[in-house]
Structures are given as structure tokens and as C-alpha cells.
Write a protein that binds this ligand. Structure first.
Ligand code: SAM
Length: 223
């Protein structure tokens, strides 16, 4: 499926969703690296899922699992409706079984370890676009690395996002903003996650900081 067809569907969606130029980055990455087991953490109305699944359709192989919280239901449209509209629903499994994707990752890690670390129970690409909060996403990147296949990529959106400048209203997902310290409100949490937990992790052989907002990390190839 051409990128522009995916873009036309996403352009019609209300937020939140990644912008088209970020969708293009994901699409181009997937058509270049050809991951077949793709995981997205943070579905919302399915905008980024459309870009990912469109690239998988172009490749002729691969499936996306996209995870969101059971606490939240996005409507008008739902992710399921968006994917149907794009003709991509057959390539995507939507998972809202748990309140947080860290629990989804825990369950996957248990399966992975039970299978003796089978490569079949890993992901070739994990796209994180969710809470943007240190406690949640700090744990998320630790778990995600364990579930990445050798040579697989972790991609993080929103590295520069902080509560003070970028959130609206008293809550951002599960975080009550007035309960945070000033430092916690002003500091971009994902920047800290990327700099302190991803860049320093020797399991990653390549780390790319793209325009201060997107982070890419490739897990070492098997030796
Ligand atoms: C920015 S939106 C995702 C946008 C989507 N990736 C796109 O571009 O179309 C962030 C999503 O993360 C979800 N989310 C936030 N914290 C979460 C958590 N701890 N566990 C699961 N989902 C979470 C929210 O419900 C929301 O749907």
C-alpha cells in the first residue's frame, strides 16, 4: 500500500496521532528493514498503526500487534474502525487486555523465557508512543530490549515532550500533573529514558537521536 494512501486515512483522524512526516519515517524504515513481528505501544485511534500496517502490506509480510490500556476507549473512530477504513485490519491485532502495556510486556517476557528465549517469541520492531512518563516508560524500555530480536529496532517518539509545555488539563493519562514536583513537570521524561537507559544499554549497538524528538536503537546482531 502506497504511503500516500495511508496518509489520506490518517489525515482524516482527530488527534492524537503522529504527523505524516513521522509516519513516513516509520513507513520507510519498515520497507527498508522488513520487520515481520512489529509491536506498537500506544494505539489511540490507530493513526501510526495505519502507517506501520501499510508498510507491512507493501512488504507482503508481517503483522502488527498494537497495545493500549483497557482503561481508555478511543471512539469516533476507534482504532478498529480506522484500520478497517484503511483496508488493513487483517494485519493488526489490537490488544487492550491490561491497564498498562508494561503488564502486556511482562506477560510476553514470561512466555519468552518459558520458551527458552525462543527467537519466535520476540519482536523485530517496537514503536513506543504512549505514557511519556519516567516510571512507566523507563520500565518499558528495559522490558522491550529483552523482547527485541537481534538486529531489531526500538523506536521512541516524543523525546522532548514535558508536562509543563505539552500537556493540557490536570491529568495526562494516569498522572495528576499538580502532584509532580516542578522538576518532574519541566523535565522531558523520555529524554531521560533514552539518555540514561537506552544509550547506556550495551545490548544496543546503534543509537540514533533524530532531531531531538525521535530516538532509534538497534539491538546487537547475534554473533
Ligand atoms: C499519543 S497516543 C498514541 C498515538 C498513536 N501512536 C498514533 O500515532 O496514532 C498515546 C496512547 O498511549 C496510551 N497509553 C498511555 N499510557 C499507557 C500505558 N501505561 N499503557 C497502555 N497504553 C498507554 C494512551 O491511551 C494513548 O492511546
Amino acid at each position: 500500500m502506497e504511503f500516500e494512501q495511508a496518509r489520506a486515512v490518517v489525515d482524516e483522524l482527530p488527534g492524537p496521532h503522529i504527523r505524516a512526516h513521522r509516519g513516513r519515517m516509520l513507513y520507510d524504515h519498515i520497507t527498508r528493514w522488513r520487520p515481520t513481528r512489529v509491536l506498537e505501544l500506544g494505539t489511540a485511534r490507530g493513526g501510526s498503526a495505519v502507517f506501520i500496517a501499510a508498510a507491512l502490506r507493501t512488504n507482503g509480510a508481517g503483522r502488527l500487534t498494537s497495545v493500549d490500556s483497557c482503561r481508555r476507549e478511543w471512539k469516533e473512530p476507534s482504532a478498529q474502525e480506522t484500520l478497517k477504513r484503511a483496508g488493513l485490519a487483517d494485519l493488526v491485532v489490537l490488544d487492550r487486555n491490561f491497564s498498562t502495556y508494561t503488564w502486556f510486556l511482562k506477560v510476553r517476557l514470561e512466555e519468552h523465557l518459558r520458551n527458552g528465549g525462543e527467537p519466535a517469541s520476540t519482536y523485530d520492531l517496537i514503536f513506543l508512543d504512549g505514557a511519556k512518563e519516567w516510571s512507566v516508560d523507563g520500565l518499558t524500555v528495559v522490558l522491550a530490549e529483552k523482547l527485541l530480536s537481534p538486529g531489531g529496532w526500538l523506536v521512541m517518539d516524543d523525546l522532548g515532550w514535558n508536562y509543563e509545555e505539552h500537556s493540557y488539563g490536570p491529568w495526562h493519562y494516569e498522572t495528576e500533573i499538580s502532584e509532580l514536583s516542578e522538576t518532574e513537570r519541566r523535565t522531558p521524561h523520555l529524554r531521560a529514558v533514552f539518555d540514561l537507559l537506552v544509550k547506556s544499554n550495551p545490548a544496543f549497538s546503534r543509537v540514533i537521536d533524530e532531531d531531538g524528538w525521535w530516538g532509534w536503537a538497534q539491538k546487537k546482531q547475534a554473533s
